[in-house]
Design a protein around this ligand. Structure first.
Ligand code: FES
Ligand code: FE2
Length: 382
């Protein structure tokens, strides 16, 4: 699991006047809104005596710990300690990590890491030509979990040889052989354009697209620094479906999926349920396989599995993850496995700017490879 990436930690319309719990990278977080309605994300554990902030209240745009009422603002600073009285100074160490947060397309994105703003990647624009209010497009949302590592979950999303064996709706027995394909690395994503000939066995969609071409153009893109897959299926131009799935690692072996499904055909809301069920059906079929893969984390070397040329989209992604790992951005989950008397936090940008005066220690990170300038260098000694 990598720090210094953007992750979806919650849904905009589920974050209102009360704090909301979130989980990612094996850590707990709290989401809340300030008086201007801006979303904030803090490490969830109160530095006083370990209260769980998400179980508290939002008061005056700050989150109040349920235990002794300390209040933390959107920057993670404690602004009130009721037991101190107004004349006494709040200690500088009364703060928790606060993470850059942005809302886009109904998702609450949080940058879990300590890079300064100038070094943070931009969030991708998944729907450059569309507007969420465009009546020509209908948007659905959903979520699910895979009991597998996030890298394996993303690899599955671009896996070209599994459909015929896993997906009864569209896996085409005539298309077992994977055609050669190119992967384009545009710096932000790994991009493949190709054609498929799905079966489309079911109902209304088959009727909506009666004279669809035999071959369907697809664009499949893995975003690297905001782990997502965007698939656009040109069902029968201009009829098209776009599915963007964000993958949030909860634990090494548990991944949260949140997806947006956009379509510009059958846009009557009456078709929403059917459209959503199609995605959930596919997810369920994938889960039947993904929930049982071994080892839990992808092996350290590509040679530890027998990857083929036609697996290369996923394999290239695996390599990119390893490059980020080599920068010293991978959480050393095993090293912290038996800690029961310490809370750690993903380091936030304020911690890098001012490494002293923090109560909680940063998570342990695997050391950067020789020659890499690790983002959190020096902290992995714990
Ligand atoms: S534990 Fe949070 S205020 Fe005491
Ligand atoms: Fe699949």
């Amino acid at each position: 699991m990598l720090i210094n990436n953007w992750y979806v930690l919650g849904l905009s319309d589920e974050l209102g006047d009360t704090p909301v719990a979130a989980r990612a990278l094996g850590q707990d977080f709290v989401l809340f809104r300030d008086v201007d309605g801006r979303a904030h994300c803090l490490a969830n554990t109160c530095v006083h005596k370990g209260g769980s902030l998400c179980r508290g209240k939002t008061i005056g745009g700050a989150v109040q710990c349920p235990y002794h009422g300390w209040r933390f603002d959107g920057d993670g600073r404690c602004i009130e300690i009721p037991s101190l009285g107004p004349q006494r100074r709040i200690p500088k160490r009364a703060r928790v990590d606060a993470y850059p947060t942005q809302e886009q397309w109904g998702w609450i994105w949080v940058f879990l890491g300590d890079l300064p703003e100038s070094e943070r990647p931009a969030l991708p624009d998944f729907f450059p030509e569309l507007d969420a209010a465009d009546p020509g497009w209908r948007f659905n949302r959903g979520q699910a979990q895979f009991r597998c590592n996030w890298v394996r979950a993303i690899e599955n999303g671009v896996d070209r040889s599994h459909a015929v064996f896993v997906h009864t709706d569209f896996g085409n027995p005539e298309r077992k052989v994977v055609a050669e394909y190119e992967v384009v690395d545009d710096g932000q994503s790994l991009y493949v354009r190709g054609a498929s000939k799905p079966l489309d066995k079911r109902g209304a969609w088959r009727e909506a697209i009666p004279d669809r071409r035999d071959e369907r153009e697809n664009e499949v893109r893995i975003y690297l620094r905001a782990p997502c897959i965007r698939i656009q299926m040109h069902m029968q131009p201009p009829k098209s479906q776009i599915i963007v799935t964000a993958y949030t690692p909860l634990e090494e072996g548990l991944t949260q999926l949140r997806f947006i499904q956009a379509r510009n055909f059958l846009t009557d809301p009456a078709y929403d349920e059917d459209a959503l069920n199609r995605v959930y059906f596919v997810i369920k079929e994938d889960a039947a396989v993904l929930d049982h893969l071994k080892p839990v984390r992808v092996p350290p070397s590509l040679a530890d599995e027998l990857l083929l040329e036609n697996d290369k989209h996923g394999t290239l992604f695996r390599q990119r993850v390893k490059e980020l790992d080599a920068r010293g951005w991978a959480i050393d989950t095993l090293a912290m496995r038996d800690e029961i008397d310490r809370v750690r936090a993903i380091p936030c940008p304020a911690r890098r700017a001012d490494p002293r005066n923090w109560v909680q220690r940063p998570v342990l990170l695997r050391p950067p490879a020789a020659g890499e300038r690790g983002a959190a260098q020096g902290w992995h000694s714990g």
